[in-house]
Design a binder for this molecule. Structure first.
Ligand SMILES: Cc1ncc(COP(=O)(O)O)c(C=O)c1O
Length: 394
C-alpha cells in the first residue's frame, strides 16, 4: 500500500478523476461534529456539512455505532426480503410524514425523484403523463430528474432528454395555472429551492399549487431532498407550510452521509406500482437503513428540530449586518447569504484558506447548511471568519 500511496502523491490526480467538478484544493482526513481536518492537521469549521448531508455531525458516535453493529450482523440481502432496520425505517418515515405514506428506498436524491416521476406516470397512465416543475429548480442529474430540473444550462450536451416536461416560474402560481391541464400527471416542486439559491416558496404559492393539483386531478410532489430531515426546523419543510403533497422525496441527510434516498407516496398513489414496475439493488439495505434510523433517533433525542430553528435565528442575526450582505434568507439551518455583488466564489476560496467551509451556490450567494449539532461557539467562530472575509472583499 505504501508504494501505491507514494505514487499517488506524486501524480497529478486529475489523471484519475473525470473533470465533472473543479479540482479540489483540500484533502480532508477527519471530521468531528462541525469541524474537519486536512492531511496536514489544519482545522476547518464546516458550515456546508457535505451539502446539507451530515446533519448530526461528522462521525456522530450513535450513527457510527449503528453502522458498525449492523455491519457485524447483516449488510445486504436484496429487496426480495425484509430486514429489521428497513421495516422499522419504513414505519418511521410513515410516522414522520404525519401517519401516511408508503416508501420506496433508493441510494440518492436523483433516484428518489426518478421513482416519484415514474410513479406519477404509472398513476396517470398514457393520457396523463406530463410533469410540470419550476424554472431554477434542481431535481438531480439522471436523465429523468435532469429533465425535471428547470435549468436549461444543465441540459446542454445531454439532449435528447426524456420528453413530457414543462416549467412554470417559481412563486408565480399563474404560470402553473397555464401549464397544468388534463394531461398533467404531477407538479414537482422544492418547498425551498436549494441549488437555485435557497429560495423559499411563498405560502400562497404552495397552498395555491395544492388546490390547483387537486382541482385538475394531478399529483403534487415535493422534493425535500435538501430541505428535509429536520433542516428547516420541521421534519419536512412542507410541514412549515401546512401543505401536504401526494408524494415527497428525501435523501441527503437521511443517512447522515451513508447513501440512502426515499420516495414516500400516499397509499392510493403508491398502489399504482405493481411488483416488477420499479426496483433497486441496494436501496434501503440493512446498513443504510440502520444509519438512517440512528440519524433520525439522534435528531429526536437531541431535540434538533428546535435547535435548527434556534441556531438558524442565531446565524441570521450574526450575519445580518455583515459587509456586502443584502439579506440572509431561508429557514432553520438552510440559509443563504445574499451578497450585493458577484463575489461568492472569491469569498468561498478565501474562507477555505482561513479554515472555513462554505459554498457559493450562486455567483452572488453563499449557502450555509451546517450540521444541526454545531456548537453555538463554533457557529459564532465560523460567522466571525466569514464576516472578516466579507470586510476584506472590495
Ligand atoms: C432538491 C434536490 N433534489 C435532488 C437532488 C439530487 O440528489 P443526489 O445528488 O443525491 O442525486 C439534490 C442535490 O443537490 C437536491 O438538492
Amino acid at each position: 500500500m505504501a508504494a501505491v500511496k507514494n505514487s499517488i502523491d506524486k501524480v497529478n490526480l486529475s489523471e484519475y478523476f473525470m473533470p465533472t467538478y473543479g479540482i479540489p484544493s483540500v484533502t480532508f482526513t477527519k471530521g468531528v461534529n462541525a469541524e474537519l481536518f486536512d492531511e496536514k492537521g489544519k482545522r476547518y469549521i464546516d458550515l456546508l456539512a457535505g451539502i446539507a448531508v451530515v446533519s448530526v455531525g461528522h462521525c456522530n458516535t450513535a450513527v457510527t455505532q449503528a453502522i458498525t453493529e449492523q455491519a457485524h450482523k447483516l449488510s445486504h440481502i436484496s429487496n426480495y426480503f425484509y430486514s429489521e432496520p428497513n421495516k422499522e425505517l419504513a414505519k418511521t418515515l410513515h410516522t414522520l410524514a404525519g401517519d401516511w405514506g408508503q416508501v420506496f428506498f433508493s441510494n440518492s436524491g436523483s433516484e428518489a425523484n426518478e421513482c416519484a416521476i415514474k410513479l406519477a406516470r404509472k398513476w396517470g397512465g398514457p393520457e396523463k403523463s406530463t410533469i410540470i416543475s419550476a424554472l431554477n429548480s434542481f431535481h438531480g442529474r439522471t436523465l429523468g430528474s435532469l429533465a425535471a430540473t428547470g435549468q436549461p444550462a444543465k441540459w446542454n450536451g445531454f439532449q435528447p432528454l426524456p420528453g413530457g416536461f414543462d416549467y412554470g416560474t417559481y412563486n408565480d402560481l399563474a404560470t402553473f395555472e397555464k401549464l397544468v391541464d388534463e394531461k398533467t400527471a404531477a407538479v414537482i416542486i422544492e418547498p425551498i429551492q436549494g441549488e437555485g439559491g435557497i429560495i423559499p416558496a411563498n405560502r400562497e404559492f404552495l397552498t395555491g399549487l395544492r388546490e390547483l393539483c387537486t382541482a385538475r386531478e394531478c399529483l403534487l410532489i415535493f422534493d425535500e431532498i435538501q430541505s428535509g430531515v429536520g433542516r428547516t426546523g420541521k421534519w419536512w419543510a412542507f410541514q412549515q407550510y401546512g401543505v401536504t403533497p401526494d408524494i415527497f422525496t428525501s435523501a441527503k441527510a437521511l443517512g447522515n452521509g451513508f447513501p440512502i434516498g426515499a420516495c414516500i407516496a400516499a397509499e392510493w398513489v403508491a398502489d399504482s406500482f405493481k411488483p416488477g414496475d420499479h426496483g433497486s439493488t441496494f436501496g434501503g439495505n440493512p446498513l443504510a437503513s440502520a444509519a438512517s434510523l440512528a440519524t433520525i433517533r439522534y435528531i429526536e433525542e437531541n431535540d434538533l428540530l428546535s435547535e435548527a430553528e434556534r441556531k438558524g435565528t442565531l446565524l441570521s442575526a450574526l450575519l445580518a449586518d455583515a459587509p456586502h450582505v443584502q439579506e440572509v434568507r431561508g429557514a432553520g439551518l438552510m440559509k443563504a447569504v445574499q451578497l450585493h455583488s458577484e463575489c461568492a466564489k472569491d469569498v468561498t476560496a478565501k474562507a477555505l484558506e482561513k479554515g472555513l467551509v462554505v459554498n457559493s451556490v450562486r455567483p452572488d450567494t453563499i449557502r450555509l447548511v451546517p450540521p444541526l449539532t454545531i456548537e453555538d461557539s463554533v457557529l459564532r467562530e465560523g460567522c466571525e471568519i466569514l464576516k472578516s472575509i466579507l470586510a476584506s472583499v472590495s
